[in-house]
Design a protein around this ligand. Structure first.
Ligand code: ADP
Ligand code: MG
Length: 230
């Protein structure tokens, strides 16, 4: 992780957003549960990667996401295709990216489809005065609309880990209600703890945004992450 961060900041002295694979490397080195993410620079590579990953995806499906440096909100730009069920769908989605994004398109990432669950966001932001804050909230498409969030200074205490979850308005969706099963709270706490450790170890981590982390009764997996170094 140290050599990745130093290498990036040497090449980009002003800082910036890591590409998808460096992001995955950094987060995975802290044990954060990112879904398998394979880089594809063209249609044949995307097709081959999707064929290999399809068996691991929920209902045998994959997601394909266009990437170009400096991208912000992928779905709003038409850069995310989910639930692709066969090779023809993957290839036509890739060709659509080429048509839509032209020379800007650097490639795409292929991921297995994760099983549905509650979409949360987990991340790190820097407070000018107090340093890194770990954030937990409702994620996915509800992120901006509901702005349901809890934040605590790193390092997180055991009590922080508990209250960050319970103070969310969405807490009943996580803790189990009306006889529903609770999500895997240990997996969720582990995500927050690992983010806290990463933020403590790297003051260069200006921003980390894992959205969504899909939490289910049987675990948690992140399918989209962004990291900015400074
Ligand atoms: P962005 O946030 O940049 O628009 P995401 O990668 O988060 O792009 O994708 C948008 C939404 O698509 C996610 O919130 C999630 O609902 C769904 N999604 C993306 N990738 C996957 C995946 N691998 N498995 C299941 N759902 C996914
Ligand atoms: Mg996202």
């Amino acid at each position: 992780a140290r050599s990745l961060v130093d290498g990036y900041l040497t090449a980009h002295p002003g800082g910036g957003w890591l590409d998808p694979l460096s992001t995955a490397d950094l987060l995975e080195s802290y044990g954060l549960p990112l879904t398998t993410t394979v880089w594809a620079r063209d249609e044949p590579t995307a097709s081959a990667a999707a064929t290999a990953l399809r068996t691991r995806g929920h209902e045998g499906k994959v997601a394909l996401k266009a990437y170009w440096p400096g991208q912000v909100h992928k779905s709003a730009a038409g850069a995310v295709r989910t639930g692709l069920a066969d090779d023809a769908e993957v290839r036509s989605a890739y060709r659509e990216f080429v048509r839509r994004f032209g020379a800007e398109l650097a490639g795409a990432v292929v991921q297995p489809m994760a099983a549905p669950g509650v979409e949360l966001l987990a991340g790190v932001v820097q407070d000018q005065v107090f340093g890194p804050l770990v954030v937990l909230g409702l994620g996915g498409t509800a992120t901006e609309v509901l702005a349901d969030r809890a934040a605590r200074l790193a390092p997180l205490s055991e009590r922080d880990l508990t209250t960050m979850v319970t103070e969310l308005r969405s807490a009943p969706m996580l803790l189990g209600q009306n006889g529903e099963t609770a999500v895997d709270l240990a997996a969720l706490r582990s995500v927050l703890t690992r983010l806290s450790r990463l933020a403590e170890d790297f003051p260069e981590l200006a921003e980390a945004d894992l959205n969504p982390v899909i939490v289910r009764p049987d675990g948690a997996v992140c399918v989209d992450a962004r990291v900015r170094l400074e």
